[in-house]
Write a protein that binds this ligand. Structure first.
Ligand code: NCD
Length: 313
């Protein structure tokens, strides 16, 4: 199934051309995104359009960077707050969304159920961005992850990428693994404690189950270009599962054993698995998070039909 550009739900329908189109638009938009010193005059591309940011699950980066992206494009946004909404009076998620469909022009939706956002999108007339559906996917995060890698190395083909941590419940690694299938000679290795393995459907990821105490040894043997660390997704674990058992740590010592040009990425939030400074020769987590703005600007522009306007910037 090809991407119809009506919604942005599913990483699986994107071809390499689709991905590169988004990354190229993001590159065009970066100077207008406010994330670095270069700041051109404000854009008016989405003037008069309103984004409904509907997060039924917690979020800091995705929620705020999507809102900022819309503002930087000249549009407006409303931020749905479940805690003060009529959901508390018993209104369903579906009814809530259908009402907002009448007020707004585009949605970003996050929900804890796998494929929930796909189902919501079926109900709605306006374009929907999947801002995370349970442990399934987080396709906009993948765009900023790929943008970070491409910016660092000038390409994605040929990279050796290690995913570490919770490969079972973490949605960012699922989407990233899928998207990387579009690239040539990518060596994708998943390192995780027993019990948090990557689901077998992500065949392009070679999973190695390790004792977390041996992490540095394993990383030094692999010599990756990218270390993509993830948080243990405690909130998705079945009751009685002890998250503490899966604890692992990347620290200054880990940085020391990695190749000079290796970069550390993390979708964030970090909890205690990343015990290093924000900034440093290898750290890219901060920049990675900031790229959430231009990449989401690109996705919003495409969904609202303004791809040509962005190309002409
Ligand atoms: C991630 C998520 O929500 O899946 N956060 C994010 O959007 N950057 C990762 C996480 O919560 O661990």
């Amino acid at each position: 199934m090809a991407w119809d550009k009506n919604d942005f739900l599913d990483i699986e329908v994107l071809t390499r051309v689709d991905i590169e189109t988004i990354l190229n638009l993001a590159e065009k938009l970066e100077p207008y995104s406010g994330i670095n010193d270069k700041f051109y005059e404000p854009l008016h591309i989405c003037e008069g359009k309103i984004l409904a940011n509907v997060f039924f699950e917690d979020s800091t980066r995705t929620r705020i960077s999507t809102q900022v992206a819309m503002s930087r494009l000249g549009g407006g946004s409303v931020n749905f707050d479940k805690t003060v909404s009529s959901i508390n009076k018993g209104e369903s998620f579906e009814d809530t969304l259908c009402i907002l469909d009448g007020y707004c022009d585009i949605f970003a939706i996050r929900h804890s159920g796998e494929y929930s956002v796909f189902r919501f999108a079926d109900l709605l007339d306006k374009p929907v961005i999947n801002a995370g559906d349970g442990k399934n996917q987080h396709p906009t995060q993948t765009m900023l992850d790929l943008y970070t890698i491409r910016k660092e190395f000038g390409k994605i083909d040929g990279s050796k990428i290690v995913l570490i941590g919770d490969l079972k419940y973490g949605r960012t690694v699922h989407s990233l693994a899928r998207a990387l299938e579009n690239y040539n000679d990518v060596e994708l290795i998943g390192i995780c404690p027993e019990g948090l393995e990557m689901p077998s459907k992500y065949e392009n990821c070679e999973t190695r189950v390790i004792d977390t105490k041996n992490l540095n040894e394993v990383l030094s043997e692999i010599g990756p270009d990218v270390v993509y660390a993830t948080r243990i997704q405690k909130e998705r674990m079945p009751e009685g599962m002890d998250a503490e058992k899966y604890r692992y740590v990347i620290n200054e010592q880990t940085l020391g054993i990695l190749p000079d040009n290796c970069i550390i990425m993390h979708p964030l939030p970090r909890v205690d698995e990343l015990q290093i400074e924000w900034h440093g020769k290898k750290q890219r987590m901060f920049e990675q998070a900031s790229y959430g703005v231009p990449t989401r600007m690109a996705i919003i522009s495409i969904l609202l039909g303004y791809e040509k306007e962005v190309m002409e910037l």
